[in-house]
Design a protein around this ligand. Structure first.
Ligand code: LMR
Length: 398
């Protein structure tokens, strides 16, 4: 038979947890696996701003014909402003262009294929650890993937080791950086650290690819864009992948963008012609609905205000869950050991729990997190923090 030689690959390390969790009959289970935000009721809500924009679209949208290869122009303009700043000189000078993609993952895939096709011979450097799909996306595009250290064996950010490795990266290679809310660790660079990375990137003529999947979940919508804007202002060429999955709650609608900053407007057009060609061969034209929702929200002062407040409420809740968990661990004498959970930013915490402890958490306590010890803090039920702390304390004795 044709398919006889086809073997089976293991399930996705993150999405696979959704199925395991769904099958668990324990009413006290915790879903700290896939990175989705949950509210106090344990639901991943559709923001009100999104619902209102969708209603408007149903009434006012007149066609479902294709959008262009770079996506909807209004979406592109507004995402460019959200990421680079409304008064960005790059946008004014047409040095930055937005290509709408199916989610942030689509933007990463597009950039991987772009590097493979248009910048042959360049390697890609990822943080160790990083989101596991970074590893496979760039490898599948045929690129050589290498790593720079990010977190030490003590589960603390190790900037010195990161900088030492970056200083030896071959000239011209691509360095993937997480703009904020590092996935999986939750450890972010300080502004001083970013300046040091920038210095090396400039000296070694590296091409930064900044993954920006969690704008608004770290310190705020504007604050989280600080490093992206610094790099875009200081360097002639930058790639940025942006996602609307989390901050707009549009996970399944697949909304993202690849933003290219080029040295001048003419060069940008060259690069964009390549991107349109590659995208045409990947998904032809991007899906419209989610991007139209985003454009409707960002293009309307009232909806944008409502949305900004909704993002801020999610951000504040996550921060409270972080400090709440550290507090709940206090009676177990573990507040200091897990103090980093309060320092980390965004949805994820690299807890420092090892694979065996994660397995025990799942098997004995129905607490689901990624094998590497990554917990989605945004999935915690605040009313059961004590129960979660007890479970963590139990496996911490291992
Ligand atoms: C995660 O890391 O859990 C999220 O980015 C969702 C995903 O696609 O893996």
């Amino acid at each position: 038979m044709h398919f006889d030689a086809i073997g089976r690959v293991p399930g996705d390390p993150i999405l696979g947890l959704m199925e395991l969790y769904a099958q668990d009959a324990n009413p006290n289970k915790f879903d700290l696996g896939v990175g989705v935000y949950k509210d106090a009721q344990g639901l991943t809500p559709i923001p009100h701003s999104v619902k209102l924009a969708e209603q408007r679209l149903v009434e006012q949208q007149t066609t479902k014909t294709y959008v262009s290869g770079h996506g909807d122009a209004a979406f592109g303009k507004l995402i460019g402003e959200l990421v680079l700043g409304a008064d960005s000189p790059l946008l004014r000078d047409r040095r930055a262009g937005v290509t709408q993609t199916p989610g942030g993952t689509g933007a990463l895939r597009l950039s991987a294929d772009f590097i493979a096709h248009s910048l042959p011979g360049r390697g890609v450097w990822l943080s160790d650890p990083t989101w596991p799909i970074h590893e496979t996306i760039f490898a599948k595009a045929g690129l050589k993937v290498s790593h720079y250290p990010y977190v030490g064996s003590d589960n603390r950010l190790d900037v010195a080791a990161m900088l030492a490795t970056l200083a030896k990266v071959p000239e011209g290679d691509v360095v993937l950086l997480h703009a904020c809310c590092h996935n999986p660790t939750g450890f972010d660079l300080s502004q001083d650290d970013w300046h040091q990375v920038l210095k090396i990137v400039r000296e070694r003529h590296l091409l930064p690819l900044i993954d920006f999947a969690y704008q608004g979940f770290g310190d705020g919508l504007e604050q989280d864009a600080w490093a992206v804007r610094l790099f875009a202002a200081e360097l002639p060429e930058v790639l940025i992948t942006s996602s609307c999955s989390k901050n707009f709650g549009l996970y399944r609608d697949r909304v993202g963008a690849l933003i290219v900053c080029a040295a001048d407007a003419e060069k940008l057009l060259d690069v964009r012609s390549q991107l349109a060609f590659i995208a045409r061969n990947l998904w032809s034209t991007p899906p419209d609905h989610g991007a139209a929702v985003v454009a409707t929200i960002l293009g309307d002062a009232e909806l944008k205000k409502l949305w900004s407040e909704e993002v801020e409420a999610m951000r504040v809740r996550i921060a409270q869950l972080r400090s709440g968990l550290v507090e709940a661990l206090q009676p177990h004498g573990l507040a200091e050991r897990f103090a980093h959970i309060g320092v980390q930013r965004g949805m994820f915490s690299y807890t420092g729990l090892n694979a065996e402890q994660v397995k025990q958490l799942r098997d004995k306590h129905s607490v689901y997190m990624v094998n590497t010890g990554r917990a989605n803090v945004a999935g915690i039920d605040a009313t059961r923090l004590a129960l979660l702390a007890e479970a963590i304390a139990d496996v911490s004795r291992l």
